[in-house]
Every structure is written in structure tokens, then in C-alpha cells.
Design a protein around this ligand. Structure first.
Ligand SMILES: Nc1ncnc2c1ncn2[C@@H]1O[C@H](COP(=O)(O)OP(=O)(O)OP(=O)(O)O)[C@@H](O)[C@H]1O
Ligand SMILES: [Mg+2]
Length: 241
């Protein structure tokens, strides 16, 4: 369409099954340039499955995924990551015995220019200054909140165009939730578009530009985040109002 801004990530009619059990039904989600897009939904709605399907960790049975206009549907994760998508997975999955520094370097292991990697290390540590003193420590020795910061920083070290975060604030103290929420906005402003899955709908709708509500593997609502936040159904089901 003339004049339309190209999506950084375009998911069209994506369907996924686990064996015979359907998990996603023709899900369509779009992330525009310069956007944080959130997906909210209850346990089992299919949020993590959507991210795994975008990453190539599960293979869709129908539909398509395009990154910056190029089809990536069905590619393996090690082909998709270098094209510019990074995932901060549910539960963080850090290498606990390795140091914080080593975990961050792992995020950049596909990159070849050591000067660029060193510069990015400086840059990601500006988002989380508290991590600087922790670089030589085993990642597993950090608090839950600091481990989540390492997971976000590690994903940024891959220099993605689109970053996906799967419930990054679950179980964290409110002050740490605020730090993560603030950094998500900064990441977007730095030119990395964000797909944010959250059970904390209040935080997600505050930080996001656009949002989708998923129920039982389907998108049931899609609107600018500010509209979702005042939608009576969303308020009742996800905001406890
Ligand atoms: N590996 C798997 N094998 C079989 N079924 C699965 C598998 N992973 C997820 N499911 C099922 O697929 C559906 C969607 O799960 P998914 O993990 O994507 O939901 P979710 O929205 O991320 O939930 P949560 O908020 O609990 O993380 C659920 O019914 C779940 O039980
Ligand atoms: Mg999940």
C-alpha cells in the first residue's frame, strides 16, 4: 500500500499444532517500525507458542512470518537469529555457572567484529548500570531481577532489529518491573522494535504502542494500547478493574 510504513515483523494467519492439539488458529500480528507491541492473554492462550513459532522453535502448519518484508516462515532458529530477531525466553535460561560477562558475550557469538561487540557491551550496560560490578560473577548468583536484566542485555548483544520478550517481569519486585518497563521503551527508541508478552497487562499497556489480546490460540482484540487500557472487557479480564 503506498505510504504505508513497512512492518518490521508481519505474522499472517499463523497456525500451530502440538500433535493433534491446536495451539494457534490463524493468528495475525504486526509490529510497525518504532513500536512496542504487546500480547496479553491468560495462561495457555498461546503467547509463548507464537514467539516460538516466530523464532522457528516450533514449525507452523499454516500461515507466514515475514521480517522486514522477507519470508522467514519455517526456517530454523540458527537461520532466523542472524536475520535480526532475538528472544528473551520465559524463565530467562541464563548459563548459571558462567559469569555475567560470558553470558553477554554468548549473546554476540554469531558476530565477528570484536570492536563492535565491545562497543555494544558498553551500550547495553548503560541500560543496566548495576550489572557493571557483577560482570565477573556467576550469573546464577544474581537476584532474580538482575538475572532478568542479564537476559535482556544478552538478547541485545545479538544486535537484533526485533526483540521479543516473554513475560520478562513475572515474579519480580515492583521497582525492578519499573526498570525493565523503562528499558523496553528505551530499546524501542534506539530503533529496535519490541514484541512484549506479559501477564502484567497494566505495565504492558503502559509501555506498548499497540496491543493484541489472545484467548485460546486466537487474537480476539487488536487496538492501540491506550484504547485497550480503557476497554471495559480488557479492564475486567486483565486489569482487575
Ligand atoms: N510442548 C508442548 N506440547 C504440547 N502442548 C503444548 C506445548 N507447549 C504448549 N502447549 C499447549 O499449547 C497451549 C498454548 O501454550 P502456550 O505456552 O503458548 O501459552 P501461553 O499463553 O504462553 O501461557 P502462559 O501464560 O502460561 O505462559 C496450551 O494449551 C499449552 O498447554
Ligand atoms: Mg507462556
Amino acid at each position: 500500500m503506498p505510504g504505508e510504513i513497512m512492518a518490521s515483523l508481519e505474522v499472517s494467519n499463523l497456525s500451530v499444532r502440538y500433535g493433534k492439539v491446536p495451539a494457534l488458529h490463524e493468528v495475525s500480528v504486526r509490529i510497525g517500525r518504532g513500536q512496542v507491541v504487546t500480547i496479553i492473554g491468560a495462561n495457555g492462550a498461546g503467547k509463548s507458542t507464537l514467539m516460538k513459532a516466530i523464532m522457528g522453535l516450533v514449525k507452523p502448519v499454516g500461515g507466514s512470518v515475514a521480517l522486514l518484508g522477507k519470508p522467514i516462515t519455517g526456517l530454523d532458529p540458527d537461520r532466523i537469529v542472524p536475520l535480526g530477531i532475538a528472544l528473551v525466553p520465559e524463565g530467562r535460561r541464563l548459563f548459571a555457572p558462567m559469569t555475567v560477562q560470558e553470558n553477554l558475550e554468548m549473546g554476540a557469538y554469531r558476530r565477528v567484529d570484536p570492536l563492535e561487540v565491545a562497543r555494544d557491551m558498553e551500550r547495553v550496560l548503560q541500560y543496566f548500570p548495576d550489572l557493571k560490578a557483577k560482570l565477573p560473577l556467576p550469573a546464577g548468583s544474581l537476584s532474580g531481577g538482575q538475572q532478568q536484566m542479564v537476559a535482556v542485555a544478552r538478547a541485545l548483544m545479538a544486535a537484533p532489529r526485533v526483540m521479543m520478550l516473554d513475560e520478562p517481569t513475572i515474579g519480580l519486585a515492583p521497582a525492578v518491573v519499573d526498570v525493565i518497563a523503562h528499558v523496553i521503551g528505551e530499546i524501542r527508541d534506539s530503533g529496535v522494535d519490541v514484541l512484549l508478552v506479559e501477564q502484567n497487562a497494566e505495565m504492558a499497556l503502559e509501555v506498548a504502542d499497540y496491543g493484541y489480546v489472545m484467548e485460546q490460540g486466537r487474537v480476539v482484540l487488536a487496538a492501540p494500547a491506550g484504547e485497550l487500557a480503557v476497554n471495559p472487557e480488557v479492564q475486567r479480564a486483565y486489569l482487575g478493574i
